[in-house]
Design a protein. Structure first.
Length: 369
């Protein structure tokens, strides 16, 4: 009798274990199937099918562009560990990530995405993946199998130009020399000129500011953050769109008309030039009311022949003042209220490059020039 009971208990135990194993297997199988379906849903929702249809062998397309999996990027960021956060903005969070091949990357996780503009988002990804300019942060790939798309960029170690101008980081205690500031301005101008006139489809950045200019190990400037950028069809000179951007850098004409043109980037770049000159923020409520807008304060000071009073001290002490004066005049041209009166970014880039070639005492070489 005891043996029979023991046998029954053993059979019951084995059966119970088998049922638990089968149920667990079914649970994980169903969970895995649901996860796969969810990834497929997000992939379609985020425009993955459209992206797959894009020709991959177009002239100039990047061979390094990759479709990352959600698992790869989770592992790269330590499951989005807070310690890996290197930047936050109105449009998302940027994490520092480590890929299996030891490359360090920056992974941008957007807050939301407008489902009505998925096709435009994909077009931007395709175009940015083809950009190969030394002064534009390289887009390495994306992940579309999460709720919001993830973008993977090259990692730029020295952070934002803003931090170095305004000394707002423990890594930015070294003052930028005038020559470095001039070089950085030239590099930004070259990049924007390329986006406006040399890219396969012209791109208006739409949010040019010192926080969106990154510096690498050699303090080479790289334009970043194309979250609000817009592609401009070749047959159009302007786009009617909702006003977006950052106060202090926003083109006043765009704010009034909602008509976005490449001259909107020129205005914002002009504000960056003034930041480089003065070391002051584009918008500050710590300043007097009439001085809160750096652009307006700068234009007023220039008009009243008070330029040297608002220049950063290091620039006054170290610089070729003829260069500085011409630099300031160019910034003022970029800040014209009417877009038609501003130069193009190509013209700005050429003029800045000409400033770099000025001799320390240009009047010594008047005849040869």
């Amino acid at each position: 009798m005891d043996q029979l009971l023991n046998f029954i208990y053993a059979v019951a135990g084995i059966s119970l274990i088998a049922i638990v194993v089968v149920c667990s297997w079914l649970y994980f199988a169903i969970k895995k199937r649901r996860l796969v379906k969810l990834k497929e849903k997000y992939f379609r929702q985020n425009g993955g099918l459209i992206l797959q249809q894009q020709p991959s062998s177009e002239e100039g397309s990047s061979k390094t562009f990759k479709m990352f999996t959600a698992k790869e990027l989770k592992k790269a960021t330590g499951y989005y560990d807070k310690s890996k956060i290197i930047g936050r903005g109105g449009y998302g969070t940027v994490y520092k990530g480590f890929l299996p091949d030891n490359r360090i990357v920056a992974i941008k996780k957007s807050k939301t995405v407008d489902e009505n503009q998925i096709e435009q988002f994909i077009n931007e990804v395709v175009v940015l993946s083809q950009i190969n300019h030394r002064n534009v942060v390289k887009l390495l790939g994306c992940c579309l199998e999460t709720r919001v798309p993830l973008l993977v960029y090259e990692y730029v170690p020295n952070g934002a130009l803003f931090n170095h101008i305004h000394k707002e980081s423990i890594t930015s205690t070294i003052s930028l020399s005038w020559n470095t500031r001039l070089r950085i301005a030239i590099e930004i101008a070259d990049a924007l000129s390329y986006l406006h006139s040399a890219a396969s489809i012209p791109i208006i950045h739409r949010d040019v500011k010192s926080t969106n200019i990154l510096l690498d190990d050699n303090f080479t400037a790289k334009v970043a953050d194309f979250g609000t950028s817009r592609l401009v069809p070749r047959d159009q000179k302007q786009l009617v769109t909702v006003v977006q951007g950052t106060l202090g850098y926003l083109d006043p004409e765009f704010m009034q008309t909602n008509q976005l043109t490449e001259k909107s980037d020129v205005y914002s770049f002009g504000v960056v030039l003034v930041e480089l000159l003065t070391g002051q923020k584009a918008l500050s409520f710590a300043r007097l009311e009439e001085q809160r807008s750096l652009a307006m304060y700068f234009l007023y000071s220039l008009k009243e022949n008070q330029l040297f009073e608002i220049l950063e001290n290091d620039i006054v002490e170290q610089s070729n003042m003829e260069q500085v004066k011409e630099f300031a005049k160019l910034a003022a041209k970029c800040l014209e209220v009417k877009g038609d009166e501003r130069p193009t970014m190509k013209e700005v880039a050429i003029e800045l490059d000409g400033l770099r070639k000025m001799e320390k005492h240009p009047w010594d070489n008047v005849e040869s020039n």
